[in-house]
Design a binder for this molecule. Structure first.
Ligand code: ADP
Ligand code: MG
Ligand code: MG
Length: 206
């Protein structure tokens, strides 16, 4: 669907625009490739979606997930790829994207990341942005907020989660090799997760 393709295009745009920033963050406590990996993946996604106008929204997410898995590489590729596949599965058969469906998609995406990466919150990963975002989203949803407001609050929580990663030691991924030396640095994957939520919020605002 056109909307899903445009939403994914917004994600691609923000990731590609932040390629250097994400790579710099990964350089401090990893292997300096997160931005390169993610930008390569989203360039490939853009290419695939350019020829996929007839696809429904669930198929767009599945194609995105499969493309990320095959092109991003590193730790983040399979994790984000799985997240998009799971979110796409939730969307299957849904006529429109309401707040409940969006929450279920986010939950499924996080579940996929946790299953695949065996990490929990507090290990200085993308989960430190995504889990607080999900909590803020559902809290806002339960208070009757609109999808846009839910996304705005989720993005704010993700930003706080990114800040929080500076204060903790990495125990998963490459940064865990540094132990205490990972303190003071912000996690690259948490940052890319925040950026994607920010892009979705911007897209929803249009
Ligand atoms: P690599 O570390 O293989 O070079 P990337 O640099 O692309 O892969 O991605 C690193 C990011 O992946 C980290 O910043 C972290 O947020 C995330 N990450 C690493 N391992 C895990 C995991 N087990 N669970 C969740 N996220 C993880
Ligand atoms: Mg890396
Ligand atoms: Mg790497």
């Amino acid at each position: 669907m056109a909307t899903a393709i445009a939403a994914i295009a917004a994600l691609a745009e923000i990731i590609i625009a932040n390629k250097e920033k994400l790579t710099e963050l990964d350089a401090a406590i990893g292997d300096a490739d997160h931005g390169l990996n993610m930008a390569r993946g989203f360039e490939a996604v853009r290419g695939k979606l350019a020829g996929a106008q007839a696809e429904d929204a669930a198929s767009v997410l599945k194609l995105t997930g499969m493309t990320l898995i095959s092109t991003v590489g590193g730790a983040a590729g399979p994790l984000y790829g799985t997240a998009f596949l799971r979110a796409g599965a939730v969307l299957q058969g849904q006529a429109e994207l309401d707040t409940d469906t969006a929450a279920a998609m986010l939950k499924a995406a996080i579940g996929g990341i946790k299953e695949r990466g065996k990490a929990v919150r507090g290990e200085k990963t993308m989960l430190d942005a995504l889990e607080p975002a999900y909590e803020a989203f559902t809290q806002a949803m339960n208070e009757g907020e609109t999808l846009l407001q839910c996304l705005e609050l989720a993005t704010e929580a993700a930003a706080n989660g990114v800040e929080y990663t500076k204060t903790i030691i990495a125990t998963k991924g490459r940064a865990s090799y540094l132990g205490e030396r990972s303190l003071g640095h912000q996690d690259a994957g948490a940052t890319s997760s925040y950026l994607m939520l920010k892009a979705l919020t911007g897209f929803a605002r249009q």
